[in-house]
Design a protein around this ligand. Structure first.
Ligand code: HEM
Length: 491
């Protein structure tokens, strides 16, 4: 099966990307190109990188390149000549470079599913405008009012899917949770048939984005495209309903406001809407795609860690029990409670360092760029890997050691642009506060209501490209009959 997939990728690359590759080979600059080889036409080193990704050995793949060629080298990846860069200075260059020089444009197959107006595709003024609209809701000052809502969604999730069970498959369940949190908080779509109808479409779209882009009946990519065509009319209806509710001022409670309502309400100085409906749809979709798998991956890794690292588990339980004791029975978590979970967030940050859900960042050169004594020709890709930076012994000493104290205030801080699990610069993840909220509230509810053990100690994961546990991470769970539980009445 794996061989079949590799052959399909190979054929696809050969047929579709052959002309692009020769267009961008950079023959104009034979002396100023970085060292390295473009390998076989078109295919280059793509299969090696895909294999390294699957085996979660991206840092090793990068290290081999650096050992052979130095910190700036060239390769050919996914049909494009590529310059691979490493280190905090290179990260700063990639993350903060003007959008007219390096763009974030995705392959056409991805924008076919996510839509051409999604924030990842946009550059310059349009990127700033859409990003400002999204962050007007996702920024901490606004989002912190919704901590109890996130907590309520988590408690309902545990009540429905964990309580009464002896064994659970963690990763798929937590994906359902992150989907539900985004639906409720960002889209204002509460539990019920409407939400249930959306889930499979989003899932197919996400699988389509991550699939080999071959549009034939029954391929994952094709399913993703079909899912988009089914989803868009549903989103148009949701936007219309929200617009009507706004006009009739049905939202008495300001906390009923959600990201979609917020995007509809924003107007420019001249009174025209800041975002078109098409932009709102594409960005609702991208927020779901960007926020669904990432946070669920982090939480799944944390569940595994807490089952296998006694000292981290005890310290987390200690911190969370203190918070639970300060709450009345049935009282929901508030933002102030989450701010006390400092150790838990250091553990989550260290997990993001060791296992960043997003391991690679690609950009495209919009013009010839001089960098580090070399030329990056127009049209080439530029690539960095957060895994590689996070595993650099010169930046994080003893990098394979899980050590949350690295993130203590008083510990020596790594140079800027070294911890890049959420990216950096103008495209830094705008969902960071939501991810933090979900992660901390879920850790709290899990450790104060359950103990658990891994059913398969050595269950591995592959990157596809997001980390996926081979069997979804099965754990055996036992409910805690605790006296300190803050909301035992509600669970
Ligand atoms: C642990 C959870 C998360 C991680 C590790 C993560 C990671 C990242 C990274 C690395 C980037 C930058 C990619 C690049 O520069 O190439 C990014 C961008 C983005 N993330 Fe997240 N993310 C997480 C959660 C979320 C959530 C919950 C949302 C939804 C609210 C979200 C929405 C976005 C969006 C819309 C962008 C594009 C921003 C732009 O282009 O300006 N992310 N994320």
């Amino acid at each position: 099966m794996e061989l079949q997939i590799l052959i399909t990728v190979l054929l696809f690359l050969l047929l579709v990307l052959f002309p692009i590759f020769f267009l961008f080979r950079g023959k104009k600059y034979p002396d100023r190109l970085p060292p390295g080889s473009l390998g076989l036409p078109v295919i280059g080193q793509s299969l090696d990188l895909l294999k390294a990704l699957k085996a979660d050995k991206v840092d090793k793949w990068f290290q081999e390149g650096i050992t052979k060629h130095g910190p700036i080298w060239k390769a050919s990846l996914f049909g494009y000549p590529t310059v691979v860069l490493h280190g905090p200075i290179a990260n700063k260059f990639i993350y903060t470079c003007d959008g007219n020089i390096l763009t974030n444009t995705q392959p056409p197959s991805i924008s076919r599913i996510l839509g051409s107006k999604n924030i990842i595709e946009l550059a310059g003024h349009d990127h700033k405008r859409v990003r400002a609209a999204l962050t007007s809701f996702l920024k901490l000052d606004v989002l912190k009012q919704y901590a109890a809502k996130v907590d309520e969604e988590i408690q309902h999730h545990l009540q429905t899917h964990w309580h009464g069970q002896h064994e659970v498959q963690v990763q798929p369940l937590i994906k359902t949770l992150t989907f539900n949190v985004i639906c409720s908080l960002l889209f204002g779509i509460e539990r019920g048939p409407k939400r249930d109808k959306l889930l499979p479409h989003f899932q197919h779209m996400i699988e389509g984005v991550l699939a080999i882009p071959i549009n034939l009946p029954f391929t994952q990519f094709n399913r993703g495209i079909i899912a988009r065509t089914k989803l868009v009319p549903m989103l148009i209806d949701i936007i219309r309903e929200k617009r009507e509710a706004l006009q009739e001022q049905k939202q008495a409670n300001p906390l009923d406001k959600d990201l979609i309502t917020s995007l509809i309400s924003i107007h420019d100085d001249d009174g025209s809407p800041t975002m078109s409906d098409e932009e709102i749809i594409d960005n609702i979709i991208v927020v779901m795609v960007a926020g669904y798998d990432t946070t669920s991956v982090l939480l799944t890794f944390l569940v595994k860690l807490l089952a296998s690292n006694e000292s981290v588990y005890s310290a987390i339980v200690c911190e969370q029990e203190e918070i639970a004791k300060s709450k009345a029975p049935g009282e929901a978590l508030a933002w102030e409670d989450l701010t006390k979970m400092k150790y838990s967030w250091r553990v989550a940050s260290e997990m993001l360092r060791i296992n960043p859900p997003v391991a690679l960042a690609f950009r495209r050169a919009m013009q010839d760029i001089e960098y580090g004594g070399f030329t990056i020709p127009k049209g080439w890709q530029v690539l960095l890997s957060s895994s590689m930076t996070h595993m650099d012994n010169d930046i994080f000493q003893n990098p394979t050691l899980f050590d949350p104290t690295r993130f203590e205030k008083h510990s020596p801080q790594p140079p800027p642009f070294s911890f890049v699990a959420f990216g950096a610069g103008p495209r830094m993840c705008p969902g960071i506060e939501l991810a933090k909220m979900e992660t901390l509230a879920m850790i709290h509810r899990l450790v104060t209501h359950f103990t658990w053990e891994l059913l398969k100690e050595d269950e591995c994961f592959v990157r596809n490209p997001m980390p996926e546990f081979n069997q979804g991470l099965f754990v055996r769970i036992t409910p805690i009959k605790a006296t300190f539980m803050s909301s035992k009445a509600s669970l």
